[in-house]
Design a protein around this ligand. Structure first.
Ligand code: ATP
Length: 311
């Protein structure tokens, strides 16, 4: 198990009357994790706490195994941050900003220039790197913010709404770059978003925050895959069919029960059990009208967790 990118233990953080993080306990270990939540759910507050930019009132935050409060400079060295809002000086070029920030983060001049060329190339800005940022499109400004987060060679980047305000083409470009970070470059990613689709396309796991609390944490792709729970609708002698199937299911560690929407529910559907379902149906003259996955889709889980329906 790799060192968690981010660990929160009972973190509470209050802004006046607003409890932005409410006893948040969380372990983020996936190569790329998406933080999803409605406006005000606490995503930015969590990312800023992870950098030590704001300090929780209670609890602890560790990043890559380091305590953010006690080892702040270590954390800053290993982590890059892309803030949500514009923060770069409009009269400087992307080249100058990146070199300057790389030097501030401890790189020598030669390394700072070399790394700047690499990251501006990686985000597709090598051609325009000497133009003032004020002349950049929003997409180019976002990519510059990402480049500066990468320039000192961090192990982890925290991206606050990397696709915010981008048009469809800019969004596609940004999503492709973010996906490459963890998949091809081995840089761990924690990225916030309002959009599940962005997270599904760039991350391995989704963490849903709701009112400063952990509402759900799920892999983006179910490990159960095609062998997950199923419900089976049967015509004919359901009880006899279930009794015949029971020993086979049990032998494969699969629970068999009456189904809430079909006639039978299987807790998993390994091939051997599905083969037995079909063979027994033929042998007993039972008709199988439907086999459907009973696994809840990621979207259902996320919608519930976000309380989108007012829950
Ligand atoms: N500096 C601050 N002063 C006062 N309240 C703040 C401050 N920063 C955040 N908050 C409040 O804390 C709560 C969490 O805000 P946060 O920005 O972390 O949410 P978010 O999930 O990032 O939302 P968004 O998607 O809108 O960016 C909100 O109610 C917000 O108004």
């Amino acid at each position: 198990m790799p060192t968690p990118a981010l660990q929160c233990q009972a973190v509470r953080l209050r802004f006046g009357e607003v409890l932005a993080l409410d006893d948040l306990t969380l372990d983020v270990t996936a190569p790329a994790t998406g933080l999803l939540g409605a406006n005000g759910a606490g995503k930015s507050t969590l990312l800023r706490s992870a950098l030590g930019l704001i300090r929780p009132d209670a609890g602890s935050v560790r990043v890559l195994g380091h305590d953010v409060t006690a080892e702040r400079s270590e954390v800053r060295r290993r982590v890059g941050f892309m803030p949500e809002h514009p923060c770069l000086p409009v009269d400087m070029s992307a080249q100058d900003v990146c070199v300057h920030l790389a030097r501030l983060r401890g790189l020598g001049r030669r390394d700072a220039v070399r790394r700047t060329s690499e990251v501006l190339f990686a985000v597709g800005l090598e051609e325009e790197r000497r133009r003032p940022l004020g002349t950049y499109s929003l997409g180019m400004q976002q990519r510059t913010k990402l480049a500066q987060a990468l320039v000192h060679g961090p192990e982890l980047v925290l991206l606050d709404e990397p696709t915010s305000g981008l048009d469809p083409a800019g969004r596609e470009e940004m999503l492709a770059i973010v996906r490459r970070l963890s998949r091809d470059l081995g840089i761990r990613v924690v990225a916030s978003s309002h959009v599940l689709d962005d997270i599904e396309r760039t991350c391995d796991e989704v963490v849903v925050l709701r009112a400063g609390r952990l509402a759900a944490q799920r892999p983006v792709r179910s490990e159960q895959g095609a062998a997950g729970p199923v419900e089976i609708s049967v015509t004919g002698d359901v009880a006899g069919f279930a009794a015949a199937l029971h020993p086979v299911a049990e032998a494969h560690g699969v629970r068999l029960a009456p189904g809430p929407t079909g006639d039978l529910a299987l807790s998993a559907s390994p091939d051997a059990v599905l083969d037995a379902v079909r063979d027994l149906a033929v042998a007993r003259g039972v008709g199988i009208t439907r086999i459907r996955s009973a696994a809840r889709g990621l979207e259902d889980v996320v919608v519930d967790a976000m309380g989108v329906h007012g829950g």
